[in-house]
Write a protein that binds this ligand. Structure first.
Ligand code: SAM
Length: 233
């Protein structure tokens, strides 16, 4: 079974566990929205429909927040799990956010765009490091000059010791928030497929891919929000 199969099978219960499994939920997604909004509002002010690509969009949690923050944005949601995208489409239709869904793998060529923003949350860590680097290059290429990339991500600790500490703190936090044994075991099983990378390496890869203004704008233990722009000529 692949990690995508696990998400596909658990699509119906995905949303209800999010605020427990991402203890810093509001700051984490909130920072992503703060980062992406100015570029999308500038596109709208120029008379264009702001175009957004959400990679590993899942049930559309991040897309829904983007749609609420920037009314009029059009969002393409890409994910390899059709059941996750079906839930996303229902949410966005109810919210009246213009959207299309695309069932595709993150390692495949991306839709051509161009996009004002590419966003992703808790998805890139499913790729190995070569896959992450290649994806960052492809994201750069489908952004408009001046476009923004936001990656709200689960990251590795910079040392094995810190990584173990991240895991301990996360377990204590989700237990305090009410995750039961079954939820913890399922999360650990999914996470056994994860290949997170440290913040510093990912910032280097983003710079190598051609991005500017590369930074980590939020971090709470294993949850980090990275942002970057495609330079204007
Ligand atoms: C933890 S969920 C995140 C969903 C959503 N972005 C959010 O913030 O709630 C990870 C998503 O990435 C998708 N995914 C994992 N590996 C993928 C791959 N190689 N190609 C496409 N989607 C993938 C899964 O199907 C799942 O929907």
């Amino acid at each position: 079974m692949s990690v995508v199969d696990l998400f596909e099978a658990a699509a119906g219960t995905y949303d209800q566990a999010r605020r427990r499994l991402v203890p810093c939920f509001d700051e984490f997604y909130g920072t992503a929205i703060e980062l992406v909004s100015p570029t999308l509002r500038a596109a709208a002010a120029d008379g264009r429909t702001p175009e957004v690509l959400d990679l590993g969009a899942g049930t559309g949690l991040l897309s829904a927040l983007v749609g609420a923050a920037v009314p009029g944005a059009r969002i393409t949601l890409l994910d390899a799990a059709p059941a996750m995208l079906a839930i996303a489409a229902d949410h966005l239709t109810a919210q009246r956010v213009a959207h299309t869904v695309e069932v595709a793998d993150l390692t495949a060529p991306l839709p051509a765009g161009p996009y004002d923003a590419v966003v992703t949350a808790l998805a890139v860590h499913h790729l190995d490091d070569a896959g992450k680097r290649a994806l960052y290059r492809r994201i750069h290429d489908v952004l408009r000059p001046g476009g923004v990339f936001v990656n709200a991500e689960q990251v590795a600790g910079p040392t094995p010791e810190l990584d173990r500490r991240y895991a301990e703190v996360w377990l204590a936090q989700i237990t305090a928030l009410g995750s039961d044994r079954a939820e913890i075991d399922a999360a650990h099983h999914r996470m056994s497929y994860d290949r997170p990378a440290p913040v510093t390496a990912q910032c280097t890869w983003l710079t190598e891919a051609g991005f500017t203004n590369v930074d980590c704008f939020f971090k709470s233990w294993r949850f980090a929000v990275l942002g970057a722009h495609r330079p204007t000529p």
